[in-house]
Design a protein around this ligand. Structure first.
Ligand code: HQG
Length: 182
């Protein structure tokens, strides 16, 4: 059931992005898949390996990656891990969806990682709009001039097809393309 997948996915995100809570995590952010399943079963005893694989495969945002019987989150971390990310040199623009209040501040002081290790950017306005809808019914979409920022020395990384990461983005590369200010 979708609702169960979402609940388990959120707990997996918590463990793999923010607090492994006793699980051994390697420097690339991977934990042993069987260990993770044991941990998740403490909260959701009916979970098995097939269910976890289903959560991973059906995540429309590609939140997790399973490799060699290990699992990790692909983005969203507040803990320090080396994701070994590929630098992106294909995108000319990226987007960021947020609230009207945050957008006003971002246009003045730039995008900051806040509680996470990276600033999270979206590949399309549609993805950015969904990100914004998590926090507001009236999202603002900001466009990042990645091409110019890259020429000026900023580095952008691809986490998934929809999610790109950057350490921070100064305001001169950011403009509002949709939504109103606060
Ligand atoms: C805002 C979810 C004021 C920023 C999403 C955002 C994404 C500022 C909030 C992924 C600011 C941080 C990440 C500044 C940034 N002043 N506000 N200077 N700079 N902000 O959750 O990007 O479903 O850490 O606009 O969909 O919203 O969990 O980042 O509103 O892909 O897989 O500070 O997490 O994916 O919030 O979300 P977050 P985010 P999942």
């Amino acid at each position: 059931m979708k609702k169960d997948r979402v609940r388990v996915s959120k707990y997996m995100s918590y463990l793999l992005r923010h607090n492994p809570d006793g699980l051994v995590m390697d420097k690339h952010g991977y934990v042993n898949l069987d260990d993770l399943i044991r941990k998740v079963r403490e909260k959701f005893p009916w979970v098995n390996k097939d269910f976890i694989r289903e959560v991973v495969e059906r995540s429309e945002k590609q939140r997790f990656e399973i490799r060699d019987e290990k699992i990790r989150a692909l983005y969203g971390h507040s803990i320090s891990v080396d994701l070994g990310l590929e630098e992106d040199d294909s995108k000319k623009v990226l987007y960021h969806g947020t609230t009207p209040e945050a957008a006003s501040r971002i246009l003045k002081e730039g995008l900051k990682p806040m509680g996470r290790r990276w600033v999270h950017l979206s590949s399309t306005t549609e993805v950015a709009r969904e990100v914004g809808y998590r926090r507001t019914r009236t999202p603002v979409i900001l466009e990042i001039d990645v091409e110019r920022a890259r020429k000026d020395g900023l580095r952008f990384y691809k986490a998934t097809d929809k999610v790109y990461l950057c350490r921070e983005v100064p305001p001169e590369y950011i403009r509002r393309v949709e939504g109103k200010g606060d």
